[in-house]
Design a protein around this ligand. Sequence first.
Ligand code: HH2
Length: 257
Amino acid sequence: MGIVNVTPDSFSDGGRLGHDAIAHARQLVAEGADILDIGGESTRPGAPPVSVQEELDRVLPVIEGLQDISVPISIDTFKPEVMRAAIACGVQMVNDINALQDEAAMQAVAGSQVAVCLMHKQGDPQTMQNQPVYLDVVEEVSEFLRARIEAAVSAGIARERITIDPGFGFGKTLAHNLALLREMQRYTALGVPVLAGLSRKSMLGILTGQEAGQRMPASVAAALIAVQRGAAVVRVHDVRATVDALKVWNAINGDGR
Ligand code: HH2
């Protein structure tokens, strides 16, 4: 999954708007992305909120400009209004960092045929990194995701449409993030595909001492570890490098592609 941030302020790649974002999305597909994830609001710790209208003005022209693209498009939003508009515009997936906990978001997805990614987070982007606390992070995230799968199924969303994500960096310390990655198999055991978003995140900055723009090697390593531990989708900025790493891994362990 290639990341297309249509924002002025994303933590590692903000500033691509309109035609720039469309060109970037096409480049990611040329590099081997199988899904595009388009987002109009940064969710980095401390990010300022964006209005529904502003978010729509950012993402809809990009989705419209990619009508002919050969891969499915995911909309990265937690706002039901943006979900509805993007679904009407033809996206095939909703990526909700709020795991459809807003009833209107649940209805927006349940009333359509699109796929959905349910992500775990603790707290809100403004404050989530202040002091995240868990008794057992792996268990608590697993229990949350299990309950959200059941809530979505009860609302009429078939299990086949659901992907889950432990939400690296969303209200988690380095130790929490490492535990989640180490125990990735706990999430694959929930019976739906698992998505991992580790690309350029601050946990990699802590481990390597590198600024966000210099975290590509660490991001590729993290994506490879996630796939080795069962992730079906990796959400990444650096598509070409990640695809190359996965080709090598697949030659040994996967389907030989
Ligand atoms: N991470 C970010 C945004 N959306 N969605 C899922 N499912 N999983 C993630 O880990 C995830 C996500 C944050 O990363 P990014 O889009 O690169 O930055 P920003 O939020 O600053 O735009």
